[in-house]
Design a protein around this ligand. Structure first.
Ligand code: AMP
Ligand code: ZN
Length: 460
């Protein structure tokens, strides 16, 4: 039974979806004013792991991820380049999708853009005005937090603690801790002419309006990085629950920051790497994905390039093992049947415990280690290795780190080279045969000529 840590209750809770068999998730997505950094991708990879594991468990997943394409930063960026806001943000939206693909992050079902949902936001603000949760001042509209008695329930900040709750808006409000729902149009800034005046939305309202549009007034899971808890998600709850009177979200999940020298990786700190930066340096995107997902999402993860190198090694061990399995034909005497079943159960038990990936991976790598030993002693039988291969493929639907098509291609190329070598030897062209053997050795492939024919092994 899956348990997830709910930020709202600060407890691990049994996960039960509102609708049987379907899970509805909203994830806070990128603000598209620049390339996303890999701190952002820690959040998106964690959300992908959650999504994939829910699917592994048989749920149908419907996930929505917003794209913030109008805010202070996007407006400033477009202004600086003297181009339309839309052309400016389009560049980073495209880059974002390319990065997702590189990291093998599954696509959400919907990626709503804020600028395409202004009427939905205006409607929600109208309800809040009508019900007395919002007020207008000098052409802007604010949420009055003193009217919403549950304010602070997610961040668990007492309502009296106004100092910490102060929300940085340059606009003039009745109370510094109120927040903007709608910002009056300014010269040089894009605006929309609407029933509530000429202006543009505040940041928080887009997530309430767009999540409820696509997922309903109450839905299962809302995710984001830990910096989203306050004020963003606190404000989303206030806006949504004040308007509907219903519980907005059942499970709130937040991942811890990706750190650099124990500080949050952030654009503003200048201590960030984009995915592109790392790919240019020659790192493998699957290893970056592996690094980001292999630490539990609620544990701190300190980023180093050494960390990517270690992830590359671990990934290579798994890839090489997979290749070796394809080429093992012996009939050993030790049965792995029970061990394989236990590894599968162990993986699920660990993942059911709030996605305890470190433990889940440890079980898989132990199996690989022991199977490798059994392969070298020729104690394992081909049938069991096939079962292990099936298990790796199943687990990889969750991990998304192995590219089987690519591995099969490598396997095919190696077999072709080995065949060519055999033919060269038949022709007594020992020079060519030797060159092929050396070339393979450089790739970590060791050939063994046995009495039943040639066999090869990939070593890490
Ligand atoms: P932003 O584009 O700043 O709105 O952030 C998009 C997502 O990335 C949000 O869910 C943030 O919480 C998350 N995020 C930003 N920086 C980090 C970081 N260093 N580690 C983990 N998540 C982050
Ligand atoms: Zn959001």
């Amino acid at each position: 039974m899956l348990h997830l840590y709910n930020t709202l209750t600060r407890k691990k809770e049994k996960f039960v979806s509102l609708q049987k068999g379907i899970v509805k998730i909203y994830s806070c997505g990128p603000t598209v004013y620049d390339y996303a950094h890999i701190g952002n991708f820690r959040a998106y990879v964690f959300e992908d792991l959650l999504r994939r594991y829910l699917k592994y468990k048989g749920y149908q997943v419907f996930q929505v991820m917003n794209i913030t394409d109008v805010d202070d930063k996007t407006i400033a960026g477009a202004k600086k380049e003297k181009i339309e806001l839309n052309s400016f943000t389009q560049r980073y939206i495209k880059a974002f999708f390319k990065d997702l693909e590189k990291l093998n992050i599954e696509q959400a079902e919907v990626y709503p853009q804020a600028t395409k949902h202004i009427p939905e936001m205006v409607n929600l603000i109208k309800i809040l005005l009508k019900e007395g949760f919002a007020y207008e001042k000098d052409g802007s509209i604010y949420f009055k937090i003193s009217r919403f008695k549950d304010y602070g329930k997610l961040s668990q900040m007492p309502i009296s603690n106004t100092e910490r709750r102060e929300q940085a808006d340059e606009y003039d409000k009745e109370n510094p801790s109120d927040f903007a729902l709608w910002k009056k149009a300014k010269a040089d800034e894009p605006f929309w002419q609407t029933d509530i005046g000429k202006g543009r939305p505040g940041w928080h309202i887009e997530c309430s309006a767009m999540s409820m549009k696509y997922l309903g007034e109450s839905f299962d899971i809302h995710t984001g990085g830990e910096d989203n808890i306050f004020p963003h998600h606190e404000n989303e709850i206030a806006q949504s629950e004040a308007a509907t009177g219903k519980k907005f979200v059942r499970y709130w999940l937040h991942c811890k920051f990706l750190l650099v020298n124990n500080e949050k990786m952030a654009k503003s700190k200048g201590n960030f790497f984009t995915l592109r930066d790392l790919l240019v340096k020659g790192y493998n995107p699957s290893a970056i994905r592996f690094l980001l997902l292999s630490t539990h999402y609620r544990s701190a993860l300190n980023f180093t390039e050494q960390g990517i190198k270690q992830a590359e090694q671990a990934l290579k061990r798994l890839q090489d093992f997979y290749l070796n399995i394809n080429n093992y034909k012996k009939k050993g005497s030790i049965s792995f049947t029970r061990r394989i079943e236990e590894t599968k159960i162990g993986f699920e038990k660990a993942m059911d415990d709030d996605l305890n990936i470190s433990q889940a991976l440890a079980g898989l790598f132990n199996l690989v280690k022991d199977a490798n030993i059994a392969i070298s002693k020729e104690e394992i039988c081909g049938g069991d290795l096939k079962e292990i291969k099936n298990l790796i493929e199943k687990i990889n639907t969750v991990l998304g780190i192995l590219e089987f098509a690519q591995l099969e291609e490598i396997d095919k190329n190696i077999k072709e080279l080995i065949e060519q070598r055999g033919l060269a030897r038949e022709r007594k062209d020992f020079k060519l045969a030797d060159e092929i053997r050396k070339g393979l050795k450089q790739k970590g492939i060791i050939l063994e000529d046995t009495k039943d024919g040639g066999r090869w092994k990939k070593i890490s």
